[in-house]
Design a protein around this ligand. Structure first.
Ligand code: ARG
Length: 586
């Protein structure tokens, strides 16, 4: 709907001001429905550039604008806003379209982009903890959204499978491996080894030296150490895959850090050769280029009122490369392999400096790609307890993700069992799985990703408020309408008559689904889609309260069933884009 009005408006602007750029001529939902359904502030900008009276410019544009087939006469408001009010017949045609095979209130993009999304990326030999839900849920939602909009999406799990931790781990593996617990809980056993050897190394420099030697052996290709390392990766991957299976998350590629090892020496040499990096106290570092405003320069930091160097290490004094070097090699590989238009990294906010430095160093290394490949760090805040501190178990340990999913399902099972004691257990278990996993994901996706949020079982599992169970329940309720309507529920797209204010309100919300998808994708904020779905469910509840569906007849009944059907489709599709399943019955 807004796309049609927008196209018409662009056409009118082109006729009135042939030299005006049309990129800012956009139409958005009207913030206050009393003024209309859609609004554009584009004419004010155009008038300002030309030093014209904005209301006069708006009048001139309106003289060229014909939207009578879809809107009442547009109105000029305030300093030159254009307000549009959609006609009920046009709205009826718009909602009929998906029933006749059109996309569900969104338009696939005209120019698909190639988008690499780097997300989840846990470190090997450590169990995934609750924090991993953030990158995993956000990254997966962005992948689904962009794919749905028609982009070419490539997902890559950049797992941390290389690094100094393997020295300590190998010492532990060789000296105190408990094979039985390796069988039952490999990641738990590796975590135990790591903690135990770290403690030993803190107490005894000899252990630290042993770990260093094991690492050197691994790095120089010692077959035994390579085999142990390979086993640790394989065992970790099994457990990661189990969690990804439960979360319904898939990756196109899992190219861990080690994949880039063969390139690291050359990357360091190239950066040195181009003067981007230089030697400093035996190590090699990237320093400021000295062209940016110090405030924007990631290689400068303010100390005692002075700007001092804040270099990024890319080769340690012992010759080993690190996380930053690997990320440079990874970007080069991604460019060479996929020529992406965008690369999106989904990580914790604490990595902001790393990515600012990475992006800056990369652009100096490959200035010719500055425009061609856009780099985005999509960062997020932490999950906290009631005290505002990072969420921990009572004994102060990090909370394992598998345990969080188990508990969510157990709690959802208790609710499902008390609500539907007569359903077979297998069905209650399935409800619990879909609701439990959905609740954990939605609790993570619905707040602004950059703020911290408090982990709360009661809130995320509540059937009231902006939660997954509330939306899943709204969907299940709609399905039950159709079970009751039975065979008579055949929908007629040609017989839609929107009369009641709540029918109109719901229909107007439905046609905005695509706007919320676009906003969520372009700003990397799935919470926009969450909010839209929550508001949709609210509009539906209002409609369902005031407009009897099954007791109505003829065109009214058809219209209301169509509204139920489309609300169900949008809820299902919207939740699917967030990686959340729905149930026919709850
Ligand atoms: N493994 C890293 C961590 O756990 C995240 C990697 C993110 N991706 C990247 N290309 N640096 O912090």
């Amino acid at each position: 709907m807004h796309i049609y009005i927008q196209q018409k408006l662009q056409e009118a602007v082109r006729q009135t001001f042939p030299d005006a750029s049309l990129t800012n001529v956009v139409v958005r939902p009207c913030p206050d429905p009393r003024f209309g359904d859609y609004q554009s502030n584009a004419i004010m900008g155009i008038a300002k550039e030309r030093k014209l009276n904005p209301r006069q410019a708006a009048t001139d544009v309106l003289a060229h604008l014909d939207v009578t087939d879809c809107c009442e006469t547009p109105e000029i408001a305030g300093a030159g806003f254009l307000n549009f009010r959609v006609k009920p017949e046009a709205l009826a045609r718009a909602i009929a379209a998906p029933l006749e095979g059109a996309p569900l209130f969104f338009q696939p993009v005209a120019k698909p982009r190639t988008i690499v999304i780097d997300f989840s990326s846990p470190n090997v030999a450590k169990p995934m903890h609750i924090g991993h839900i953030r990158s995993t849920a956000l990254g997966d939602a962005l992948a689904r959204l962009n794919r749905k909009l028609g982009h070419r999406v490539i997902t890559d799990n950049h797992i941390g499978d290389w690094g100094t931790q393997f020295g300590l781990l190998t010492v532990g593996w060789k000296s105190q491996l408990d094979r039985a617990s390796l069988e039952t809980d490999a990641l738990g056993e590796m975590e135990r080894l790591y903690k135990s050897v770290t403690a030993a190394a803190d107490a005894d420099p000899g252990v630290r030296e042993a770990a260093r030697q094991e690492l050197v052996k691994l790095q120089s290709g010692d077959p035994t150490n390579l085999e142990i390392w390979g086993r640790m990766i394989d065992l970790s991957q099994v457990q990661f895959d189990e969690i990804y299976g439960r979360l319904g998350v898939q990756f196109d590629h899992t190219l861990g850090e080690s994949f880039y090892n063969p390139e690291l020496k050359r990357v360091v040499q190239e950066l040195v050769g181009k003067g981007i990096a230089r030697e400093s106290q035996g190590a090699v570092c990237v320093f400021s280029e000295g062209v940016l405003n110090p405030k924007e320069d990631p290689f400068l930091v303010q100390k005692d009122g002075e700007w001092s160097p804040n270099p990024a290490l890319i080769q340690k004094a012992d010759g080993a490369a690190n996380y930053a070097t690997t990320d440079l090699a990874t970007l080069e590989y991604r460019w060479n392999t996929w020529q992406p238009d965008d690369v999106i990294y989904v990580t914790d906010g604490r990595q902001q400096l790393h990515f600012r430095q990475l992006f800056n160093a990369w652009q100096r290394w490959h200035p010719e790609l500055r425009e061609g490949m856009q780099l985005h760090h999509v960062w997020f805040g932490s999950i906290t307890g009631d005290d505002g501190k990072p969420y921990k178990t009572r004994s102060g340990e990090t909370v394992k993700l598998a345990g969080v999913l188990d508990e969510a399902q157990e709690r959802a099972f208790a609710v499902a069992s008390s609500k539907n004691p007569d359903l077979p257990e297998a069905q209650r278990r399935e409800i619990a799985r879909v609701v439990g996993v959905g609740a954990v994901k939605y609790a993570d996706l619905s707040p602004n990703r950059q703020s911290d949020y408090v982990f709360s079982w009661d809130k995320m599992l509540s059937l009231q408020g902006n939660t997954a169970p509330y939306l899943q329940y709204a969907y299940a309720r709609i399905r039950s309408v159709f079970r009751k309507a039975g065979a008579e529920a055949g929908l007629n797209p040609g017989l839609i008559q929107l009369r009641h204010a709540d029918e109109l309100g719901l229909a107007k919300r439905l046609v905005r689904f695509g706007l919320s998808m676009e906003a969520a994708a372009s700003e990397h904020r799935p919470n926009y889609l969450c909010l839209y779905l929550y508001e949709l469910a609210g509009d539906f509840a209002r409609f369902y309260e005031s407009c009897p569906v099954l007791k109505s007849e003829g065109a009214e009944r058809n219209t209301r069933l169509v509204l139920c059907e489309l609300t169900g489709r949008v809820l299902k599709e919207g939740l699917n884009l967030l990686g959340i399943e729905v149930l026919e019955q709850m």
